[in-house]
Design a binder for this molecule. Structure first.
Ligand code: T4K
Length: 368
């Protein structure tokens, strides 16, 4: 059998480059707790994202959970979000004692459909948590207008959107706050890691305290905080990967171009259109099999038999999860577009090292 291909493969710097980056840690013995690498990465990301404050975390989930916590909403308030995402988005809301209310997604880009938001707003609604799913950017203009009109906060789950921009604004600069995941599987990784971007200095101060056990000063605990600190080894990986980011995104783009050449226009196969006014980051390559000679599960099995692991991101839908399905605000039937999508979508392998020949091999199996 030819070489196995997974849905993604971590981007890594050269071995020597990483060793060089971590060399001084053997002298400083400063391994975590906001050391020099952490400070340098924070500074670089603030510049890259064009935002005032970046707060680094040990992973994206804790980043989002802490961002929501720092907003200090009254318990049992409602937060409008999407069911078509990774479980982390909803868990970050619900672990803060808030109630997720699920809004359906649009048919082209699979992001929260702004036209369906207002019908879900009640007197208990405090925030909207949309997701730039697969790196497709949400309609920020429409979401911001609704949020403004109803005095709601917007906290983007931008886990997939590092490197992408909407109308010239980087993903981190949208909403009241935006969270990135820097997990090993993302366009930019710090092994595990995450960040919250915001222009709000007071919120940043609260997140910094919450990330460090709630200490405001070494002798004063203001909150019952947790531990969400990014280590120096994670930050060092980030510093290395930042040097290669542009090239990595370009190489992903070349793979996407080939996929589109092979699959666009095939009856029964639906690809996302290219987004207007968006700088893409080519994070994922979702394909909808609807009326094709093979259904989604059959394509999954055909590829698997050839050593190619595509993924059913995001199936099952979160509003059908055992822990949410009985909420009055849940139920997959309330979000029919997302439900249909979850049953038909397959995310094909995509990473910087994926060659045009690899893409051809994958497409040959699908099209044979
Ligand atoms: N919000 C959204 C919308 C998210 O998608 C995520 C995470 C979050 C929030 C939370 O962010 P983090 O707390 O994770 O920073 C993966 C990732 O673990 C997860 O980060 C990601 N989303 C989710 C969509 O996918 P799995 O269970 O599918 O990963 P796994 O272990 O099956 O890996 C997938 C493929 O990646 C493997 O087949 C090979 C490759 N891989 C994996 C690892 C762990 C590598 O090449 N290197 C590696 O180190 O969840």
């Amino acid at each position: 059998m030819s070489k196995p291909i997974n849905v993604t493969r971590s981007s890594m710097p050269g071995f020597e480059e990483y060793c060089e980056e971590i060399r001084d840690l053997w002298e400083s013995r400063w391994l975590t707790n906001m050391g020099a690498k952490h400070q340098e990465l924070k500074k670089q990301l603030e510049e890259y994202q064009q935002v005032e404050h970046v707060t680094l975390f040990t992973n994206g989930h804790i980043a989002l959970e802490t961002a929501i916590e720092a907003m200090d909403f009254p318990e049992v308030s409602e937060v409008i979000t999407t069911p078509f995402t990774f479980a982390s988005t909803t868990h970050a809301i619900s672990r803060n004692g808030l109630v997720p209310v699920f809004c359906d997604v649009d048919e082209d880009f699979y992001c929260m459909d702004p036209q369906k938001i207002e019908a879900l707003i009640t007197e208990k609604t405090v925030a909207i948590v949309p997701v730039h799913v697969y790196g497709n950017m949400c309609d920020d203009d429409a979401i911001e207008a609704i949020a403004k009109k109803h005095h709601l906060k917007v906290i983007y789950d931008a886990a997939h959107a590092f490197g992408a921009a909407y109308k010239g604004r980087s993903a981190g600069a949208l909403g009241d706050a935006s969270m990135f995941s820097f997990h090993a599987t993302k366009v930019f990784n710090t092994i595990e890691g995450g960040a919250v971007c915001t222009g709000d200095g007071e919120m940043t101060r609260r997140m910094e305290d919450l990330r460090n056990f709630g200490f405001h000063t070494p002798e004063d605990g203001w909150y019952a905080g947790g531990n969400g600190k990014m280590s120096e080894f994670q930050a060092a990986m980030g510093l290395c990967n930042m040097r290669h980011l542009k090239g990595e995104i370009a190489r992903r783009g070349a793979a996407v171009k080939r996929y589109r050449e092979r699959l666009l226009g095939v009856p029964g196969i639906k690809l996302c259109p290219e987004q207007k006014d968006v700088t893409p980051n080519y994070a994922y390559f979702p394909v909808v099999f609807d009326g094709y000679k093979y259904d989604r599960n059959q394509v999954f099995e055909l590829l698997k038999a050839e050593g190619i692991v595509a993924r059913k991101y995001f199936y099952p839908l979160i509003n059908g999860f055992a822990c949410y399905k009985d909420l009055p605000t849940a139920g997959e039937e309330k979000t029919p577009v997302a439900r249909h999508l979850a049953e038909h979508v397959l995310t094909l392998p995509l990473f910087a090292d994926l060659t045009v020949e690899d893409v051809d091999r994958i497409c040959d199996i699908i099209l044979k």
